[in-house]
Design a binder for this molecule. Sequence first.
Ligand SMILES: *[C@@H]1O[C@H](CO)[C@@H](O)[C@H](O)[C@H]1NC(C)=O
Ligand SMILES: *[C@@H]1O[C@H](CO)[C@@H](O)[C@H](O)[C@H]1NC(C)=O
Ligand SMILES: *[C@@H]1O[C@H](CO)[C@@H](O)[C@H](O)[C@H]1NC(C)=O
Ligand SMILES: *[C@@H]1O[C@H](CO)[C@@H](O)[C@H](O)[C@H]1NC(C)=O
Ligand SMILES: *[C@@H]1O[C@H](CO)[C@@H](O)[C@H](O)[C@H]1NC(C)=O
Length: 261
Amino acid sequence: MLSATLYSLLAVAAGVAAQTATPSAQDAPLVTNNPIGASYVAVLPKKDGSSLGGSIQVVSGPGGKGAKFAVSISGLPAEGGPFMYHIHEKPVPENGNCTATGAHLDPYKRGEIPLCNPEDKKQCQTGDLSGKYGNITGSSLAVQYEDLFTSLTPGTPAFFGNLSFVVHLSNKTRIGCANFQFLGGGISSVASSGYAAPTGAHHGGNSTISSPTLTGTGSPYGNGGTPTSSSTNNPQNSDSAASQVILGAGAVLAGVMALVL
Ligand SMILES: *[C@@H]1O[C@H](CO)[C@@H](O)[C@H](O)[C@H]1NC(C)=O
Ligand SMILES: *[C@@H]1O[C@H](CO)[C@@H](O)[C@H](O)[C@H]1NC(C)=O
Ligand SMILES: *[C@@H]1O[C@H](CO)[C@@H](O)[C@H](O)[C@H]1NC(C)=O
Ligand SMILES: *[C@@H]1O[C@H](CO)[C@@H](O)[C@H](O)[C@H]1NC(C)=O
Ligand SMILES: *[C@@H]1O[C@H](CO)[C@@H](O)[C@H](O)[C@H]1NC(C)=O
């Protein structure tokens, strides 16, 4: 077994080689230094004529190794599955145009083909969440997992905190997309990088939805974890978009908790 350090060095070397299209160029390095407690959420906006909704919440993994994801997506259409979802390389613009999010987050340039083998996730596109953790086969999905290749450190290749995720039909049609928003945690690292957090997302101190699902000390996977419902919706008078997003996410995640527990 390679040590983590050696592994990282090899993977970095492989990433450099990607530019010259070496076949072994695609391995993503393990991310081991995510800022402790850093937390982000992306909430699908409601659209007229569509029942699609949901969110992806992310916090740094234990000891900063990788990131924990809580994915909750519902209201998928009866036709057009299995559905895929990915982190994309650009944010959604103000007009909500999912096409403008570009391709999947793929800092190590492995491309979409061949399809990701979930048994060997380092060879998958970093943003290919459904490739690594499974398509959505029904009308909804509620899962949690730890991904070791995504970064919550701004300025690193696998950082996605200022990007988006997109939900696709099996024919790749984009049916929903949402931007990640910074909720809190890992402040010093984030601040020193110059990444601007959305106002309202964390300056109240208590960043609402992060604790019940992902940062609790109990099982993050829902066997016996105790939901701390007091940490969700604290509806203060707020007209900031970010706060509204977070309150909406709180409602969504309350739904996640109901499903998970
Ligand atoms: C993708 O599938 C949907 C639903 O099955 C269909 O309405 C749409 O026309 C298809 N788009 C393309 C580009 O094939
Ligand atoms: C959406 O974004 C794509 C890619 O940037 C662009 O080609 C298209 O014109 C945009 N559509 C709208 C309605 O803005
Ligand atoms: C996102 O942050 C990275 C730094 O990690 C920066 O290089 C990139 O330009 C940012 N992207 C957008 C769309 O703001
Ligand atoms: C996931 O869905 C896509 C699109 O339908 C399909 O190409 C792919 O084979 C599916 N992956 C798995 C593991 O079933
Ligand atoms: C955050 O919550 C704690 C306990 O729940 C409370 O003591 C503290 O005053 C709150 N901070 C803010 C800024 O609301």
